[in-house]
Design a protein around this ligand. Structure first.
Ligand code: ZN
Length: 401
């Protein structure tokens, strides 16, 4: 038996609201209550599968969205209940898995692709765009877009989980677990920076300076020919961090339009009873939060014909600018086995290198690990991480105290 946190089933949010109280804001969709349970470790008796013991597992914005009911009902068709969350995972192999011996420390690409599901590869998997796999509800696993959203595999918020060899990347010796737990979010940032197709010296805005914004800034600086990177940071401690990760300029949400206007020679307009916007602006903007405000900042600060990249799970926003300014809206989800923008390497291989960067090593020292039974505190902490001066909160299921 093992300890795990379980997201057990969805309730209409009016009911869930009573359970969760006012700790987490309930905006839309379904809230998924969590409980600490003792269950059988997940096991998949199929070729290429092995059991793992979790070392650390991060809390991501998409996890908080599921807990609080902010996630769109769109996603209810690609998860299976009850599931153990946790898709940012560092873990040890409990048994040999093909070429990897028992005891190997690995990070997991959480996407549950055709290879993991034992079905013939779909066209996207064949092309290496594994994050676009269209078989995420079939094969020998229950529906689930990723480890941490699938009832069969378990997730990192449990003492054990199961994963497929195709998902595993061994962690280099010198890396701490805290560095390793950042590899999955770095891989997503690598994918989204490459998806943005940044041209030489392009002026780029990154809206948000939490882990997604910081790691996206790093990936842009290290992997693309970007020029200026303007990062929008809400909280004081994020200013210095953003500069360490490669920003040329850090602004508050209040200053952003005025600052981009000056830098790019744009015009600023103030519509009635609504938020201001620019005519002119940056070439590419990333929404690295997934809030209405952050997405609208990205839309309103991008020049006509520019590109807006959705790095966070997006909220509903006013899309007028996308129409009026002919913006390209680019979705980026998870990471791919083959990145054409990285000579065909996987986002994870690139991320494993970036995890060795000084800025990441420094950030890793601030990762806040919680034992499973303190899950309420951990989720509250993650929800207010920016305000509290933390970037990444994680569970350490080995911890008792
Ligand atoms: Zn596939």
């Amino acid at each position: 038996m093992m300890l795990a946190l379980e997201m057990f089933r969805s309730l209409p949010r009016t009911v869930a609201g009573k359970t969760l109280g006012d700790r987490l804001p309930l905006v839309g969709g379904m809230a998924h209550p969590i409980r600490l349970v003792t269950i059988d470790p997940p096991r998949v008796d199929k070729p290429g599968w092995a059991r793992l013991r979790t070392r650390l597992s991060g809390i991501c914005g998409s996890d908080l969205g599921a807990v609080s009911g902010k996630t769109s009902l769109y996603f209810s068709a690609v998860v299976s209940f009850p599931f153990v969350p946790g898709h940012e995972v560092v873990a040890d192999l409990m048994e040999d898995c093909e070429d990897l011996p028992k005891g190997t420390r690995v990070v997991i690409d959480p996407v549950l692709t055709c290879a993991a599901r034992g079905v013939e590869a779909c066209p996207d998997c064949t092309a290496g765009a594994t994050n676009r796999c269209s078989r995420i509800t079939v094969g020998h696993l229950a529906p689930g877009l990723q480890t941490g959203f699938c009832t069969t595999t378990g997730g990192g918020w449990g003492q054990q989980l199961s994963a497929h060899r195709s998902q595993m990347y061994p962690v280099p010796e010198g890396y701490s677990d805290e560095q390793a737990v950042l590899v999955e979010p770095i891989a997503c940032a690598v994918h989204s920076a490459l998806r943005a197709d940044v041209t030489p010296n392009a002026r780029v805005l990154v809206s948000g300076a939490g882990s997604v914004g910081l790691l996206t800034t790093l990936a842009l600086r290290q992997l693309t020919p970007v020029g200026e990177i303007i990062v929008v940071a809400k909280h004081g401690h994020q200013r210095e961090l953003s500069l360490d990760f490669g920003a040329t300029e850090v602004v508050t949400p209040k200053e952003v339009l005025r600052r981009v206007r000056r830098l790019s020679g744009a015009f600023q307009l103030e519509p009635e009873y609504s938020r201001g916007y620019l005519l002119g602006g940056v070439d590419v903007a990333f929404d690295a939060v997934g809030s209405k405000q952050s997405l609208e900042t990205a839309l309103h600060a991008t020049r006509a014909g520019g590109r807006v990249v959705l790095s966070g799970m997006p909220a509903a926003a006013d899309l007028s600018a996308a129409w009026f300014r002919e913006l390209e809206i680019v979705g980026t989800y998870a990471s791919a086995k083959t990145e054409p923008g990285a000579d065909g390497r996987s986002s994870f291989d690139v991320a494993l290198e970036l995890a060795g960067h000084d800025a990441v090593a420094t950030l890793a020292k601030t990762v806040a690990p919680y034992p499973l039974h303190r899950w309420r505190e951990a989720l509250d902490h993650a929800q207010s991480a920016g305000r509290l001066g933390t970037v990444k909160v994680a569970f350490d299921p080995r911890k008792r105290g």
